[in-house]
Write a protein that binds this ligand. Structure first.
Ligand code: FES
Length: 91
């Protein structure tokens, strides 16, 4: 089942653990080793903060969201999304 996830960070989050060690957690959502950063965030540095992008399961950008069509007016929620339309990325 497809899922819509929204990640707003463009870089990893560094977290210090109780024992003083550090881990680097993915903030972009594209990591191959999620929840840890794999460096894939380098692919999103050109993203415009005002747009929502669509990626496939291989972390390849396939487009930008153009419209989200919901079933009922006034409420945008996961159960309410009927269709997501996006503009395909240019090759
Ligand atoms: S922050 Fe997601 S791969 Fe690095």
């Amino acid at each position: 089942m497809p899922r819509i996830l929204v990640f707003k960070h463009k870089k990893p989050l560094e977290i210090e653990l109780a024992d003083g060690s550090r881990i680097v957690v993915c903030g972009c959502g594209l990591s191959e080793t999620f929840p840890f950063c794999s460096g894939k965030h380098i692919l999103i540095q050109d993203e415009d903060d005002d747009k929502v992008y669509v990626y496939d399961e291989r972390a390849e950008r396939i487009g930008e969201v153009e419209h989200i069509v919901v079933k009922n007016r006034g409420k945008i929620g996961v159960k309410n999304i009927r269709r997501l339309e996006y503009v395909a990325a240019k090759e």
